[in-house]
Design a protein around this ligand. Structure first.
Ligand SMILES: *Cc1c(COP(=O)(O)O)cnc(C)c1O
Length: 222
């Protein structure tokens, strides 16, 4: 078992006074490790792969709040829709519509975060400012009854340049500030999520209220 309890306590001590939520990212890690952190009181866990989450979820306590943080394909929404707590990383109107459709079948509302592209790298996913505006103000979104857009998320470039990371976080924070007053029946951007193991301290300083931390808690992934 490879859970780093000292790191967990240290991270909580930094986050809790600021009211920042910790999502423990458990992708590729065994259910025993998740259970160990659960036993310490952790309830929010993040997974990236539908098949992996589908296998783990029934083996673990029912009150875990599962955050899907990976790149979700539309045809796989149905597998996690019954129990997922929040879907991060929504980056298209098509995916949003499919989540709404599956949630409607189940008679539930699924909270989502929209993913904004903030990195200079080409490889990361996400909406640009115009695409974000189109989703937030579009008639199509207004017609969806079974999703609630609760915030924005983003991932900074993979770099040691903290100034670069800080600038990318600030660009997301600025977009969040611009849209946080835009409230409708299915939009209220309460969550602003950026920050992972390598940059969560910067993230808290720049206003993130939900960080996703994996390797610091569970060890490096193979
Ligand atoms: C894997 C992952 C994380 C956690 O990364 P660490 O560097 O292990 O903390 C956070 N967010 C997303 C979207 C991820 O895919």
């Amino acid at each position: 078992m490879a859970v780093n309890i000292a790191a967990y306590n240290q991270i909580l001590a930094e986050l809790q006074p600021q009211g920042v939520t910790l999502v423990a990212v458990s992708k590729t890690k065994p259910v025993e490790d998740i259970q160990a952190l659960y036993d310490l009181g952790q309830r929010d866990f993040g997974e990236n792969y539908v098949q992996e989450l589908t296998e783990k979820q029934p083996q673990l306590p029912a009150d875990i709040r599962w955050h899907f943080i990976g790149h979700l394909q539309s045809n796989k929404v149905k597998y996690i829709a019954p129990y997922v707590f929040m879907i991060h990383g929504v980056d298209s109107a098509k995916l949003l519509k499919e989540i709404d459709k599956q949630a409607a079948k189940l008679g539930r509302v699924i909270p989502v975060l929209l993913q904004v592209f903030i990195a200079r790298e080409e490889t990361k996913f996400g909406l640009d400012a115009a695409e974000l505006e189109a989703i937030l103000t579009g008639d199509e979104t207004a017609g969806l009854r079974n999703i609630r857009i609760e915030g924005l998320m983003g991932m900074a470039s993979f770099t040691d340049n903290t100034n670069n990371i800080r600038e990318e976080f600030r660009s997301l924070k600025a977009l969040h500030s611009r849209w946080s007053g835009h409230r409708t029946h299915n939009i209220e951007l309460k969550t602003l999520s950026f920050g992972m193991s390598s940059d969560y301290a910067i993230a808290i300083g720049e206003g993130s209220n939900l960080v996703r931390i994996g390797s610091l808690l569970f060890g490096a992934r193979g």
